[in-house]
Design a protein around this ligand. Structure first.
Ligand SMILES: [Zn+2]
Length: 145
């Protein structure tokens, strides 16, 4: 797969956190708006002051698509695969685009509870992906907070 740029100052903290298995999201230090993907300024108040906050990595499927055609030669053997938008439970419901693994694509549904898992792509690149969470596990996790 084509690799993301790992030397961009706006996304560097995100990739560094991924290598530590921490999912981080930007939060505007001025107005508190959460945002993902990382960008240099707040699209609500135009402030350049940014904090990085850690998400617990749980969320729900907001929407998804399943790719059947070869769009990128590197994905030919992975078809059909899903690309999903996950609405995080914390971090203001920030939306993160990823994939849901460990599920048949036909079983994806809106609001499916998912949690982050870490895909060690290379020594310098770890990607956040997601997998379904059993509803019973989810209740236990919520009660722990
Ligand atoms: Zn702002």
């Amino acid at each position: 797969m084509p690799r993301p740029r790992l030397d961009d100052p706006d996304t560097l903290p995100f990739w560094a956190a991924c290598r530590e298995h921490r999912l981080v999201v930007q939060q505007c230090a001025n107005c508190g708006t959460y945002r993902f993907a990382p960008v240099p300024l707040c699209y609500r108040c135009r402030s350049w002051d940014t904090d990085w906050v850690e998400s617990a990595g749980r969320g729900r499927v907001y929407t998804w698509t399943v790719t059947h055609r070869v769009i990128q030669p590197a994905t030919a053997s992975a078809r059909p695969y899903n690309t999903a938008v996950i609405e995080l439970d914390d971090c203001g419901g920030a939306l993160i685009t990823s994939n849901v693994l460990d599920i048949d694509n036909d079983r994806l549904r809106p609001d499916l509870a998912v949690e982050v898992i870490w895909d060690e792509v290379a020594e310098d690149l770890t990607l956040p992906r997601f997998r379904p969470v059993a509803e019973s596990d989810r209740k236990k996790a919520n009660n722990a907070h």
